[in-house]
Design a protein around this ligand. Structure first.
Ligand code: DP6
Length: 320
């Protein structure tokens, strides 16, 4: 009734933004991501008949009500499936500084899906784990897998065709992260994407475009064409943010340092360095590049804040 699991976070190259169903957390668009080495969540789950309620410890401190509620709801899915009534104690630790604002629901719900099902005695396939992780957070469905993976939007109402799949695990690219550290609390992605879908005149255009971007990115990965992948990565990110900025009122995640990072990456490219910008529901700057240029890209972004060079990361796994 106890298990420990680890999952790594991932960065979407073709973004997920918008849902076709909120109850089952089904995405309105497919997405494509790279799982990152060195940024992982380690989660312990213990189901115990003596517990009166679920509890959640995040990096050694009691989690707030919203986080506990989300985890408890997720555990209900596992309990129902396994026929359990026991409450659980969950402990989750990130091996990267949470203060840097890189804490991710992707690694968190992927690790929770693996640990909770294992502790409950369930044996799920990777696809079933991905479908389950999606219920916690859309991006978590992709963190079950290592390397590049693609999340399918799916068509069915029950969401059984909305899961991620690995594409390629042996292409050794790099993702450089610069945490701009503004300390500002961003709009949570769940809220930001709902508001965009409800009010942005550009939302439909975003959904339409992302289908084409997915095909382009997948094709680029198959051919190991970094330039083609980089170009569609940057375009998908900026289209997502454009749809959010056009919401009323606007959902704006960029700060000054984000734009500065974008300019730095553009200048690097003009000088012949292969690097492309991406950014999620926060102000941090991420650059896709290759192994030979990662340090140069990191040095150029270092003035924005703390930096990491990430290699492709591993598949989620049971540790104990
Ligand atoms: C901008 O997976 O956090 O990072 O499903 O509501 O939990 P929920 O959303 P979440 O959204 C991620 C948004 C993004 C793009 C991406 O990772 O694809």
């Amino acid at each position: 009734m106890r298990a420990v699991a680890r999952a790594n976070t991932n960065i979407a190259l073709v973004k997920y933004w918008g849902k076709r169903d909120t109850a089952l957390n089904l995405p309105a668009v497919g997405s494509l991501s790279l799982t990152l080495d060195g940024l992982s969540t380690r989660t312990t789950v213990v189901f115990d008949g003596k517990l009166a309620a679920d509890s959640l410890l995040l990096n050694g401190a009691d989690a707030d009500e919203r986080a506990l509620g989300r985890v408890s709801k997720f555990l209900d899915l596992v309990r129902t499936r396994a026929g359990l009534i026991e409450r659980a104690r969950v402990e989750s630790v990130n091996d990267f500084p949470t203060a840097a604002g890189l804490a991710s629901s992707a690694s968190a719900f992927a690790a929770l899906a693996v640990a909770a099902t294992h502790a409950a005695g369930l044996e799920l396939s990777d696809r079933e784990l991905s479908i389950l992780a999606r219920r916690g957070s859309g991006s978590a469905a992709r963190s079950i897998f290592g390397g590049f993976s693609q999340m399918h939007r799916g068509e069915s109402a029950d969401g059984e065709d909305s899961f991620a799949e690995p594409i390629v695990t042996d292409w050794d690219v790099r993702l450089v992260i610069a945490a701009t550290m503004t300390g500002r609390k961003a709009t949570l992605s769940t809220d930001g994407m709902r508001h965009t879908a409800e009010t942005s005149p550009y939302y439909d255009a975003w959904v339409k475009m992302s289908e084409r971007d997915l095909g382009t990115a997948r094709d680029a990965i198959t051919r190991r064409d970094l330039q083609a992948l980089g170009e569609v990565t940057e375009a998908s990110c900026l289209s997502m943010h454009a749809s959010a900025m056009a919401a009323r009122p606007a959902v704006l995640y960029f700060v000054g340092a984000t734009i500065e990072g974008y300019r730095i990456i553009q200048d690097l490219r003009r000088s012949g360095v292969p690097a492309w910008f991406t950014c999620d529901a926060g102000p941090h700057v991420k650059a896709l590049t290759d192994a030979a240029h990662a340090q140069q890209v990191e040095a150029a972004l270092a003035k924005l804040g703390k930096t990491w060079i990430c290699r492709p990361g591993p598949h989620a796994e049971v540790l104990e």
